[in-house]
Design a protein around this ligand. Structure first.
Ligand code: FE
Ligand code: FE
Ligand code: ZN
Length: 288
């Protein structure tokens, strides 16, 4: 991996945010983001447990787009519903994955050039190889050459039959995607540690491995979470920053890493807005 050095002059502001609720519209999300010192955020494209997406209020959306530019926000990281599983043994579940992602990607074009993150899927007994094929098949069906959204595969903890806890699995999916410039990876710090990658010891080594196997250019966003459980636990239980196994030092390494510091960083810790505000302040304070 190429050595990247920053001087004081080109120091950029970290892009930090958390998940916000779409219930009161886009302008409201922007207001909430600004109130906690965020300059990016995540939102669910529909109910995280599934279901239909809300109709879009055009006035709200246009005002939002204005505010987005004015406030110098980084790329947003939308999140697909948790129930979206392209490699379930159940055909109805796979059909929902296709419909939901197709619709979501259409809607994402209303806010051009952002990220859409999804959990690659759980193979529910079909096996990793079959799962990888089915995930890639869905992506090849829904990703269009004209879309401006980049679809992100989230690195997973490896709970149950989850695919994507090993960099090799992420790579195998990307290998099969035709439009590779529309695909990327969102690295979740809790998940990779739970998946067995020792970011607590040395995040640089883990990123080197990511680069060798997947390619660092595919890394587009971070989910910044501490983990309740030790490395390799495959549990996926998020902790507040500094209150879990990873500890504050891991996040100090994250916000100062030249490959990570420019990426949108989304908190998914167990917090309300005021807690996120404190964690955003904490993370900003850790930057050298
Ligand atoms: Fe996620
Ligand atoms: Fe996550
Ligand atoms: Zn998680």
């Amino acid at each position: 991996m190429k050595e990247v050095k920053y001087t004081r002059k080109d120091k950029i502001m970290l892009y930090l945010g958390c998940h916000l609720s779409t219930t009161k519209g886009y302008v409201n999300m922007m207001k909430e983001a600004l109130s906690i010192g965020a300059n990016t955020f995540a939102f669910f494209t529909r109910n995280p447990r599934g279901g239909k997406a809300k109709a879009i209020d055009e006035k709200d959306l246009n005002k939002f787009l204005e505010l987005y530019e004015e406030n110098g926000f980084g790329k947003l990281v939308a999140h697909a519903p948790y129930t979206l599983n392209p490699c379930s043994a159940n055909e109805n579940v796979r059909e929902f994955a296709y419909q939901a992602m197709k619709e979501d990607l259409d809607r994402m074009e209303l806010i051009p050039n952002q990220y859409y993150n999804f959990h690659p899927g759980s193979h529910t007994g079909l096996g990793v190889d079959a799962g990888v094929e089915m995930i890639a098949e869905l992506l090849n069906k829904v990703i269009k050459p004209e879309q401006t959204t980049t679809v992100l595969l989230e690195t997973m903890a490896g709970k149950g039959s989850e695919i994507g806890s090993k960099f090799e699995e992420i790579r195998a999916i990307i290998d099969r995607v035709e439009l590779k410039d529309k695909i990327g990876v969102c690295l979740d710090t809790c998940h990779v540690s739970d998946g067995g990658y020792d970011i607590k010891q040395d995040i640089g080594t883990v990123l080197n491995e990511f680069d060798k196997i997947v390619g660092i250019k595919y890394l587009k966003a971070l989910h910044v979470n501490d983990s309740i459980n030790p490395i390799g636990a495959k549990k996926d239980r998020h902790a507040k920053i500094g209150e879990g196994y990873l500890g504050v030092d891991t996040f100090k390494a994250v916000v100062n890493n030249p490959y990570l510091k420019e990426l949108p960083m989304i908190l998914e810790t167990p917090n309300e807005l005021d807690g996120y505000k404190r964690e955003i302040e904490l993370l900003r304070s850790l930057e050298d």
